[in-house]
Design a protein around this ligand. Structure first.
Ligand code: TXA
Ligand code: MG
Length: 324
């Protein structure tokens, strides 16, 4: 089994590794090695203008990567790091723009997962890491998911079991002392606003955000969001003619349905989020014509789940291709 020592040796040699974080697994490279970072883009099939998050061990390494850190960012870092929060900050002048996708800003996060912490501590430097999946696909929440994505192309996968949170970090851009939510996550808007006051709204001159392409975090099977009161009827309708249908619901089925695989993911947001990508990967393997997903409640604790489901259901996603 791969150890932290193996991973550190590989990072120093410019190799890519995968490692667990509390949100999802990351595909990591030495952030200071532009060639290694370029390998991340190549392996993921990610466009070069789509910036990576730089993971550091602690806030005291922030100055090495970001410049002119606005007070709002310092307050958020003090409150939520280590943890599932990524801050977009003005980048330090020397930072190689391969990492930042050519932008003048940089995404930084201090992960809380003990293995990520040990890895960063032993390595000493920073690790650039997107989620360890092919571009546009579901993020991995276990070492097995990483293997599904990359097989032997990633030699070292540190296994930390299932990622406890299961959804990617909350991203807040802090540029010009204005904070803006770019990607919802388990740390909610309300929690952020308690620290920095009201967040700025809208795109404005916001930097390139993870939502640039809507069809993210997607399974291959077309995914559709359906109101809870219509699921049984929709599943029955779509499965006519013996078509196989998958359902991801928040409760058991009210009546038996043929040709329908029904998963009850429960109605507890943290638990649902923890299992979401695992469920979608499982349902995606069944060869169904559709995955029907019960729309979660319009409450803040569901906002990150809803965001990922909406992206996964985006219509313009070419089906069955490794893209988006
Ligand atoms: O939880 C997470 O954030 C995981 C773990 C591994 O840390 N990482 C992750 O990375 O989700 P990735 O690359 O899959 O998503 C990061 C998003 C990207 O969509 C990117 O657009 C955005 O962060 N991002 C990074 N740097 C940025 C920047 N300078 N400006 C705007 N967005 C940025
Ligand atoms: Mg990703």
């Amino acid at each position: 089994m791969a150890t932290i020592d193996h991973a550190v040796t590989a990072l120093r040699a410019g190799e890519l590794i995968a490692f667990p974080t509390e949100t999802v697994y990351g595909l990591g490279a030495n952030a200071a090695d532009a060639d290694a970072v370029a390998r991340i883009f190549a392996l993921k099939g990610r466009p070069p203008d789509h910036p990576l998050i730089v993971h550091i061990r602690a806030q005291d390494q922030l100055q090495q990567w970001a410049a002119d850190i606005p007070p709002v960012a310092a307050r958020l870092a003090a409150k939520f790091w280590p943890g599932p929060l990524t801050l977009i900050l003005p980048r330090a002048a020397h930072v190689n723009t391969v990492v930042t996708g050519g932008q003048d800003s940089i995404g930084i996060r201090v992960p809380a997962h003990p293995i990520a912490q040990q890895l960063l501590g032993a390595f000493g430097g920073a690790i650039a890491a997107p989620s360890a999946n092919r571009y546009g696909r579901l993020s991995p929440t276990s070492a097995a998911h990483v293997r599904e994505e990359f097989g032997d192309a990633v030699r070292i996968v540190l296994d930390g079991g299932e990622s406890p949170i299961g959804l990617e970090s909350t991203i807040v851009a802090c540029l010009g002392n204005v904070a803006r939510l770019l990607r919802p996550g388990v740390i909610t808007r309300t929690q952020i606003e308690q620290i920095v006051g009201r967040l700025a709204e809208g795109g404005g001159d916001a930097p390139r955000a993870p939502g640039d392409r809507p069809q993210h975090y997607a399974p291959f099977t077309p995914l559709e969001l359906i109101g809870g009161d219509r699921i049984e009827a929709s599943a029955a309708e779509f499965s006519s003619g013996e078509r196989k249908i998958a359902v991801l619901a928040m409760r058991p089925a009210a009546r038996p349905l043929t040709h329908v695989t029904w998963v009850d993911a429960g109605a507890k947001p943290a638990n649902y989020a923890h299992n979401l990508y695992h469920h979608l990967r499982t349902l995606d393997r069944l060869g169904c014509t559709r995955i029907l997903v019960e729309v979660p409640p319009a409450r803040e604790e569901w906002s990150a789940v809803l965001d990922r489901l909406q992206r996964a259901s985006a219509q313009d996603r070419p089906v069955g291709m490794d893209c988006g």
